[in-house]
Structures are given as C-alpha cells and as structure tokens.
Design a protein around this ligand. Structure first.
Ligand code: NAD
Length: 512
C-alpha cells in the first residue's frame, strides 16, 4: 500500500491548508470554517483546509483581473508553451497525484493514474490548439472591403467541478481556457479539496518559473456558497460547471439572469443496447466495467442495459456470474475491481434507491447491501447490484450515483431506441451489435439523442480528442477536444474598407 504521508509531502500538502491561492500565493483568514478531507478508502482524516470567505474571493478576482491584462497579450503559441510545461510537470507527478486521487476520492489506482494521464493528454492537445485558434475569412459584398472573424479571450473563466473526476475536469477546462488567453478561478468539489491543492501547487510552480503573474490560475476552496459567488458575479463571463443536474439548474439560472455564459456538464443516465447480433463476451466487459467501474460514480457509468429478448436470459446469466467474481475493497490494491462510494451520504442514496426500486416492482437478480468488517471500516463499500425494471419507474429515470444496474427487455430496435432516449438525461449511449444496419441506424438522426453514441464500446469513459458532453438535462455543454475551445472565446467579426468611398451594405444609399 502506498505511503500516503510521503505522497502528501511530494505534492506539498500540509496538515492544515489555506483557503485560496492566487498562483503560488496562499492565504485565507485564520478564523474561517474548516473542511476536513477524509478518505472513503479507510475513513481516516487526511488533512484539513480552510474555507474561503468573501474577502478572499474579492482578492482572487482582483488578482485574476490584473493577470488577464498581461496574459491576453502573450501570443497564443507562447501560452501553449506554458501549458506544455504544465503537461510535463503532470508527467513528473503522475504517480503521486494519481495515488492521491485514488485515496481522496476512492477510485482504483489505475483510474487515478488514468485521470492524470487524461490531464497530460489535454495539455498536449491544447499545445497544438494554441496554433490553431482559427477564424474564417468571408467575401464582402462591397468592393475593396475585407471581412473576417477572429476569436478573443473572454477574461475570467470560473471552473466549478465535481468530486468524481476531481482533477481531470479542471484540466479539460483550464488547458483550453489558458491557451485561449483566459485566466481561471477553480473551485474544486468540497469533497476532494486536497487533489485541487496538489494541482494548484503544480501549476503555480510552472507559472512562477516563467515569471507569469500570479492570478493566471487560481484556486478557491468552499462549497456551493463560493460557487454562488462565482455564478452571480458579472466579472466572471464564463462559468464552466460540472456536477448534478440539480446544481446545473441553479447555475444556469444565476448565470442566465446576468446574461453570462455557462458551460454545463451534468448528470447522465446512460444505456447500452445489447442487440441479438451482439458479441456477448465483448458486451459483458463493456457492461460490467461501465456499471461497476469507479463504483458507478462516473457521469458516463452504465445505468441501464436494454437487452434483446432473444439474448436476455443468456446475458443475464453471464452478468450474474460476472458479478459473483467481483472483488470489492481497497482501491489502492490493484487486485480489487470495485472501491468505495465517496461518503456515507452516497451510501444512503444507494440504499434509498434500492428501496424505491423494490417499491416500484424492481426484481433484484443480484442483491445490494453495505459491506461490513475490518476491510470496510470507512462504511462506504457497497455491493454492486442488478435489478430487472421498467424504464418508466421513477427511480430508473433518476441518476443514482452508485453501482446499481437496471435491466430492460426489448423486441425491436425502434423500441430499444425509444427506451434508450426515454430519460431526461442525454450524455452517453452505446449499441453492441455486429449488424451494420442496426449500428448506423442507432447513430443516425433517428437514433440516440445523446452527446456521445458508441458502437461496440460501452458508455463509460471517453477520449479527450472528441468534444465531451450531453444533451437535455446533461446541460448541452461541450468540453475537451474537437472545437470545444470556442466556448472559451468571444467571436468578433471585422470588416475593413480599403476603398476611398463608404458604400453601405445591402446597397442602401445615404448621400449628404
Ligand atoms: P454536485 O452537483 O453536488 O457538486 C458539483 C459542484 O457544484 C461542487 O463543486 C459543488 O460545490 C458545486 N455546487 C453545488 N451547488 C451549487 C450551486 N447552487 N451553485 C454553484 N455551485 C454549486 O455534484 P457531485 O456530487 O460532486 O458530482 C456528481 C455529479 O456530477 C453527477 O450527477 C455526475 O453525473 C456529474 N458529473 C458530470 C460530468 C459531465 O461531464 N457531464 C462529469 C463528472 C460528474
């Protein structure tokens, strides 16, 4: 087992940590509230962090505004070079940061490393992007005129992130926002503040080594009250918020009321359609990893399997057998498949959902329950479970952030797609089939209504090269690859007249 204390030392985490950081400058009032971060792995307290107050917040805004005046003048490829150095620093810290992610959040060590790898990958992507922030050139309808568009930075980007990807979500936003010329203020989840502090120490060193003013990348610790300061603040033109749909609705209302921009990455209720033409062995891996990986706490976790009636019983049997082989326990032990839920509130939500599912008529083919005993002393380890349900049960329509998998039977592909789309969320979706017609129909405009639609891959996880996000109650935002960078910039259309007359558009005459 990793020596957590030496990991904390490597990452510069102390027992008591400050409430905010502008670059490498840490602070916070001495009498502020405290968040104690304890690990769901063993229930032990790791360290505590002070919570920022209004004065801390205002100071961060001031530092960020000052830093923006400088940062926007740095050529984008030079900004890219700073992000390249951030990627290198993350490479050096991959093992320590990945281990802390695993210990503070509870995901497996492999997934903790994977999360840091994703941060490295997005930095690499952003470096290339820094030379490709292209605008279009248009033909003007007027003679001797030139028309084109260019993209400018917005200013301060507020990043509010969830506990389940405690660090990757920051990097998806920050790497892009920074090459685009913005400065960032990050409020990590109050459930995982230490990994946030570790990232801030890493980026602050890169900024200091390059003599870049503090305030280009800032961290602020707090719960939703700090989030609300950001969402209501006209000095923060873009809020990128990742979390529950409940949170997203509150953020959208606050930012919308001041006509700011928001980029929302909210809950999912993801399904895999398992066709009669599926490779069932491949489907099994996709379904089980999707449902139990990260203990069902991914926005892209597989929550529903929509299975063709001809293969339903066979596949159910395979699933039950596979669930019997799952090893649940310490996620830092690489022999285990399933780690803990984030905290006891999450355990309660899991148990409530099981009860609600039973009350609506759900038939559990693999039972759930909380694990007890020496190896499960945090009280956060639960059994992944499977229930046969109807898609319209209230609980099935709802995202429970836990390893509860619902099975639904179908007859025709049309029916399967209607079931798959028949939830309020629209993040990730998949079909397992070797039939080309089925696959293409699922991907067509008559198919999945989700932001992500896969063939012969599960719903869980994504590569950074594509735009990531979903429709409906998932919030509509897109982050990461493709042209997601545009959300972090403002578009300006420029028309230049190099003639010696002033013709008006649409041929309008105005003679003096
Ligand atoms: P959460 O909604 O409880 O909290 C997320 C963040 O929002 C936290 O930092 C929290 O302090 C802040 N917050 C809460 N209410 C706020 C408000 N009114 N104003 C401003 N900030 C507020 O979510 P969680 O439990 O940390 O994370 C799990 C949820 O996140 C799941 O629903 C999951 O699907 C979703 N998620 C989505 C994506 C995605 O990319 N679509 C990725 C990861 C997680």
């Amino acid at each position: 087992k990793a020596d957590i204390q030496s990991i904390l030392n490597t990452l510069g985490i102390e027992f008591e940590n400050h409430a905010y950081s502008t670059g490498s400058n840490w602070g916070g009032s001495s009498n502020s509230e405290i968040i104690v971060s304890s690990s769901p792995v063993d229930g032990k307290e790791i360290a505590s962090v002070k919570v920022a107050n209004q004065a801390d917040y205002d100071l961060i805004i001031k530092k960020a505004q000052e830093a923006f005046l400088f940062w926007r003048t740095v050529p984008s490829p030079k900004r890219g070079d700073v992000v390249r150095q951030l990627g290198d620093a993350l490479r050096q810290n991959k093992e320590a940061l990945g281990t802390l992610v695993s210990y503070e959040m509870g995901k497996s060590l492999q997934e903790g490393f994977g999360e840091v790898q994703e941060m490295i990958d997005i930095c690499d992507f952003a470096v290339g992007l820094s030379r490709q922030l292209y605008g279009l050139t248009m033909h003007s309808e007027r003679p001797n005129h030139r028309m084109y568009e260019q993209w400018h930075p917005l200013g301060i980007v507020g990043i509010i992130s969830a506990f389940n990807f405690p660090v990757a979500v920051w990097s998806w936003n920050a790497a892009l926002a920074l090459v685009c010329g913005n400065v960032c203020i990050w409020k990590p989840s109050e459930k995982t503040p230490l990994t946030g502090i570790a990232c801030q120490k890493i980026i602050a060193k890169v900024l200091a080594d390059n003599d870049i003013p503090e305030g280009v990348s800032n961290l602020i610790i707090g719960d939703k009250l700090i989030g609300e300061l950001m969402t209501n603040d006209g000095r923060v033109p873009l809020i990128s918020a990742t979390g529950s749909t409940r949170m997203g609705k509150a953020v959208a209302a606050a930012v919308g009321a001041r006509l700011g921009k928001s980029l929302l990455e909210l809950g999912g209720n993801n399904a895999i359609i398992i066709s009669e033409h599926a490779d069932l062995d491949m489907s099994l891996i996709g379904a089980v990893f999707g449902a139990v990986g990260t203990a069902g706490q991914r926005c892209t976790s597989t929550r529903r399997l929509i299975i063709h009636e001809k293969v339903y019983d066979t596949f159910k049997e395979k699933l039950v057998k596979a669930y019997g082989q799952l090893r649940i326990g310490d996620p830092l032990n690489q022999n285990n498949h399933v780690g803990p839920l984030i905290d006891k509130d999450a355990v309660k939500a899991y148990l409530d959902s099981i009860e609600k599912c039973k009350a609506e008529g759900g038939n559990f083919v693999v039972d759930g329950g909380v694990l007890e005993g020496e190896n499960f002393s945090s009280g956060c380890y639960v059994k992944p479970c499977i229930a046969e349900v109807k898609n319209d049960y209230k609980i099935v329509q709802h995202e429970t952030f836990a390893p509860i998998l619902y099975l639904i039977k179908y007859k025709t592909l049309d029916e399967a797609i209607t079931l798959q789309n028949g939830v309020p969320q629209g993040l990730s979706s998949a079909i397992m089939t070797l039939n080309l017609r089925e696959a293409e129909f699922f991907l067509s405009n008559q198919g999945s209504d989700c932001g992500i639609a896969n063939v012969n891959i599960g719903t869980s996880g994504a590569e950074i090269g594509g735009a990531f996000g979903g429709e409906k109650e998932t919030g509509g935002g897109r982050e990461s690859g493709s042209d997601a960078w545009r959300a972090y910039m403002r578009r300006q259309t420029n028309t230049i007249n190099y003639s010696n007359t002033l013709p008006l558009a649409q041929g309008i005459k105005f003679d003096l």
